[in-house]
Design a protein around this ligand. Structure first.
Ligand code: ADP
Ligand code: 3PG
Ligand code: MG
Length: 390
């Protein structure tokens, strides 16, 4: 059991909350505010309990000075101010005298958002390499560290795993909720338990496939993820999204779990629906076809638990969104306890209008994939155990 924010007396304390404000941004406009909204509960709790709140987050990847221009967290300060209906102090620097002074002047009820932690990557990758001196410096700004950056919990970075080495630490409400919900579906004993995978990152997700196929009753594979498996089976699939490096690994998974794996029977291509035998090298399967949808429905209708990662097709294009939409409908129609993980999968939920329909839509991409695969995350492991003394 990890300590949570509830385990600490926050009154008068400087509480550093690591959030994940890595939001899609276009010219300073936040395109999706889900992660900012998801951070409000922990911040409000800290404020209601008399804390001085210091917020840290990364945004994007910052490797050289010019990357700073489009990766400032300032728009997040404005959004937070609207959501919380109070002033948010903002520190444009990530270290130094001015920041230290701002922190020293904080009063109970103040909120200070510090600029993008990855600005520290420009000079020696200090944030991303979990630099000890930087971790200690940030830790020196607070009395308690709360990790609520669920989507960053797979990163061994100074602001995630560095600071809690030097401060009493706990998890926030978002991290607690994510783990509770995912565990609830992953670990419960009800069956059939079905995993649905799609998307296109087979090279990144082979470990995930190997881990989930073991515990699932069935593994349904759609999207471009299925192409490498179909290639192994000898179908004349377009090679663009086939992972030549993973043919052998996919063959092994197919051999070991042939009774569990369910692959598409047909695809929607640019010139219409095609069954596997009708495909030729030029056909790109943009979405799963109607026969596949029927097959997946048959497999899913009795499911008690589902984990879904990866869309069934190129859902961003209306012509190829039907497969993903139909699978979402089936999960809703049969009221199946479903966890959806993955950045694009979560955005498919929003874009196709399924917000609020599922048991849990994770705010994590890589973090959720890693948790599903390994059942632990660095950013949580490093947090104080509840049985230890402060
Ligand atoms: P997630 O972010 O949910 O983990 P991925 O990043 O693995 O998912 O994959 C998402 C992307 O996969 C989407 O942008 C989608 O357009 C693409 N995709 C899904 N199916 C296909 C397909 N059949 N052909 C090409 N791209 C696909
Ligand atoms: C995410 O969006 O998955 C997290 O914020 C982590 O971002 P990163 O992949 O840049 O570390
Ligand atoms: Mg993705």
């Amino acid at each position: 059991m990890k300590k949570t924010i509830r385990d600490y007396d926050l009154n008068g304390k400087r509480v550093i909350i690591r959030c994940d404000y890595n939001v899609p941004m276009d010219n300073g406009i936040i395109l999706d505010d889900t992660r900012v909204r998801a951070s409000i509960r922990t911040i409000s709790y800290a404020l209601n309990n008399g804390a001085k709140v210091i917020l840290l987050s990364h945004l994007g990847r910052v490797k050289e000075s010019k990357d700073k221009d489009c990766n400032s967290l300032y728009p997040v300060a404005e959004l937070l101010s609207n959501l919380l209906k109070r002033k948010i102090l903002f520190s444009p620097s990530t270290r130094g005298k001015e920041l230290t002074e701002m922190v020293n002047n904080l009063k109970t009820g103040d909120i200070l958002l510090i600029e993008n932690t990855r600005f520290e990557d420009i000079d020696g990758n200090k944030e991303s390499n979990c630099d000890e001196e930087l971790s200690k410096y940030w830790a020196s700004l607070g009395d308690i560290f709360i990790n609520d950056a669920y989507a960053s919990c797979h990163r061994n970075h100074a602001s995630v795993t560095g600071i809690p080495k030097y401060l009493p630490s706990g998890i926030g409400f978002l991290v607690e909720r994510e783990i509770k919900k995912i565990d609830n579906v992953l670990m419960s004993n009800t069956h059939p338990f079905i995993t649905v995978l799609g998307g296109k990152k087979i090279d990144d997700k082979l470990g995930l496939i190997e881990s989930l196929v073991k515990i699932s009753d069935k593994l349904l594979i759609g999207g471009a993820m299925s192409f490498t498996f179909l290639k192994v089976l000898g179908y004349d699939i377009n090679d663009d999204l086939v992972s030549m490096d993973n043919l052998i690994n996919c063959k092994k998974v197919l051999d070991d779990y042939k009774d569990k794996i369910v692959l598409p029977l047909d695809f929607v291509c640019e010139d219409g629906n095609k069954e596997l035998d009708e495909l030729n090298k030029n056909d790109k399967g943009m979405d799963i076809g109607p026969k596949t949808i029927r097959l997946f429905r048959k497999e899913l209708k009795d499911a008690k638990r589902v984990i879904l990662n990866g869309p069934m097709g190129i859902f961003e294009d209306k012509r190829y969104a039907k497969g993903t939409r139909k699978i979402f409908n089936i999960l809703g129609e049969y009221k199946i306890k479903t966890v959806i993980g993955g950045g694009d999968s979560a955005s498919a939920v929003n874009k196709l209008g399924y917000d609020g329909m599922f048991y849990h839509v994770s705010t994590g991409g890589g973090a959720t994939m890693k948790y599903l695969e390994e059942r632990k995350l660095e950013g949580i492991e490093v947090i104080d155990d509840a049985k230890k003394q402060n």
